[in-house]
Design a protein around this ligand. Structure first.
Ligand SMILES: CC(C)(COP(=O)(O)OP(=O)(O)OC[C@H]1O[C@@H](n2cnc3c(N)ncnc32)[C@H](O)[C@@H]1OP(=O)(O)O)[C@@H](O)C(=O)NCCC(=O)NCCS
Length: 164
């Protein structure tokens, strides 16, 4: 039994994924593939090689619109131009059955590495995450993401702090 991360495709059973958040379930089922087709974002799924259609977890990453430097936490504003580029981890979820076994942390680390690699190719200063509620924000804060001053459910981390 080996778990691997793959790009979402038609072989994956999006209909039966349940992470406990209806909004995230519906997004995976109805929107993720459309976003891939339109190249708006990319979704990656955690699967078991022995049952590769079953989605154990997923994350979605995308480029982010330029962020005005004045919106950043004061300590992160130094020596940057007026607007800074970045990437977003738009969604992250683990199925109910697989929660509490370290897969959320694993997928977050996977997404961080992917974003670090993209930033090394094309530039990108910050990785942003959009937490769906305060509990999810607490999950990201565990991994040293800092809240944006204007919105505590949007958190960020300098990509330079992600190990290469
Ligand atoms: C939040 C979520 C992704 C965590 O995934 P998971 O696989 O259960 O988490 P892990 O087992 O990897 O836990 C890693 C650490 O985060 C902690 N953690 C897990 N869920 C947490 C939460 N909701 N809030 C704060 N900390 C949390 C764990 O206690 C663990 O810490 P420890 O190592 O000190 O014990 C998962 O519970 C989930 O999909 N929830 C529903 C959707 C959601 O809330 N997504 C968040 C993004 S919007």
């Amino acid at each position: 039994m080996a778990q691997i991360v793959r790009a979402l495709d038609k072989a994956h059973d999006v209909k039966n994924f349940d992470c406990g958040s209806e909004a995230l379930n519906v997004w995976l089922c109805e929107t993720a593939s459309q976003h891939i087709q339109k190249m708006l974002s990319r979704t990656y799924v955690l699967i078991d090689e022995d049952a590769p259609e079953i989605i154990l977890g997923f994350y979605t990453v995308a480029i982010r619109a330029m962020t005005p430097v004045g919106d950043l936490p004061a300590a992160m504003q130094r020596r940057l131009p007026r607007d800074v580029p970045g990437f977003t981890l738009g969604r992250l979820a683990v199925s109910r059955e697989a929660q509490g076994q370290g897969w959320g942390e694993y997928l977050l680390a996977h997404a961080m590495r992917r974003i670090r690699e993209a930033a090394e190719s094309v530039g990108g200063t910050f990785m942003f995450v959009d937490a769906k509620d305060a509990e999810a924000a607490a999950f990201y804060a565990k991994y040293d993401f800092s809240p944006m001053p204007s919105n505590p459910l949007r958190l960020l981390k300098p990509i330079a702090e992600i190990p290469a």
